[in-house]
Ligand binder design. Structure first.
Ligand code: ZN
Length: 143
């Protein structure tokens, strides 16, 4: 399960709408206990995928490193990533799975239709590079 504050959840959905018709992306910092992750900070990032930003995304590796350093300084870790699907459903694509490498992290996807955020789903990356998969997980939104 992924626990997230309503403020962070709203920020992710606002980012998805703001970036439309391109994909937004960002990093989630937080804490992990067993298989439960709790978001403590949402970090919006640039989508550096300039070839087709309306259907792909890529976070600048330097931003990932900076986020990791920030997490460590807070005694936390990177626990997930988010991106949006302009005019598409909130389900991961084959490319999303291929390009996901952070195991036991949550990958949030927000579907955006005509500029309005529809559903947001979270998928936990499980397995190993040889045999990986996304598992739909529950999102617990705290106000
Ligand atoms: Zn995607």
């Amino acid at each position: 399960m992924l626990t997230i504050s309503k403020a962070d959840y709203d920020l992710i959905r606002w980012e998805a709408e703001r970036s439309y018709p391109q994909e937004c992306c960002g990093i989630l910092l937080g804490q992990t206990a067993d298989r439960n992750r709790t978001v403590t900070l949402t970090i919006p990032c640039e989508n550096v995928r300039l070839d087709a930003p309306e259907r792909t995304y890529s976070i600048d590796p330097q931003q990932v490193i900076a986020a990791l350093k920030l997490a460590r300084s807070r005694g936390e870790n990177i626990i997930g990533f988010y991106h949006s699907h302009p005019d598409h459903v909130a389900h991961y694509s084959a490319t999303d799975l291929t390009e996901a490498h952070w195991f036991d992290c949550s990958y949030l996807i927000t579907g955006v239709v005509k500029g309005s955020a529809i559903e947001t789903e979270s998928f936990l990356l499980i397995g190993s590079e040889e045999a990986k998969n996304f598992e739909l997980e529950e999102i617990d939104i705290r106000s």
